[in-house]
Ligand binder design. Structure first.
Ligand SMILES: CC(C)(COP(=O)(O)OP(=O)(O)OC[C@H]1O[C@@H](n2cnc3c(N)ncnc32)[C@H](O)[C@@H]1OP(=O)(O)O)[C@@H](O)C(=O)NCCC(=O)NCCS
Length: 145
């Protein structure tokens, strides 16, 4: 049985999430998780999905406050062996709920073009032109919450 949860910055679960983000998002691009970014992460909301049977972290993401109204979702990562099983949908829906509870009215994110359909399915719409960063093409996606 899966469970969505908030993860405390600096906890062992947070380290587990950083490792998962590295494995899913950074390692394939040959990038490293730089420790200099760690202190900044104290201001973010960290969200995860665990399998309660074995306490394994299946996926996670971070929410980065932009201003009083807007919050940005970043680093959505599902463990490779768990992708395509609905974990991403559950996780993002939980993040939407948490962002709403925290008083934000607009959730934004930059999605790789290959996964735009995944976010449209979750009620996001594309805003503005697509753009390139580090050789990858992204679309800015927005959801009023
Ligand atoms: C993209 C990702 C977050 C989706 O989470 P998930 O748990 O695999 O997705 P779900 O099972 O909830 O939803 C599945 C649907 O999402 C879409 N989808 C999932 N992964 C996709 C991918 N790599 N490319 C295109 N569409 C994808 C498909 O529409 C899929 O539907 P289908 O199974 O009928 O084809 C996850 O696969 C992942 O972490 N991928 C690697 C990292 C990444 O791309 N992160 C997004 C950064 S913007």
């Amino acid at each position: 049985m899966r469970k969505m949860l908030d993860i405390d910055f600096g906890s062992s679960r947070y380290d587990e999430l950083v490792n998962l983000r590295y494995k899913v998002l950074l390692e394939p691009l040959g990038l490293k998780f730089l420790d200099k970014y760690r202190p900044k992460e104290a201001e973010y909301l960290h969200i995860g999905c665990i399998e309660q049977l074995d306490d394994k972290l299946l996926g996670g993401l971070i929410l980065v406050p932009i201003d009083n109204d807007e919050i940005r979702m970043m680093q959505v990562a599902i463990a490779p062996e768990c992708q395509g099983q609905g974990v991403g949908h559950e996780l993002v829906n939980y993040a939407i709920k948490r962002a709403k509870e925290a008083g934000y009215t607009r959730l934004v994110m930059h999605a790789m073009l290959s996964v735009v359909g995944f976010y449209e399915d979750l009620g996001f719409h594309q805003e503005g032109d697509i753009f390139e960063e580090g050789g990858i093409t992204f679309a800015r996606m927005v959801k009023e919450i």
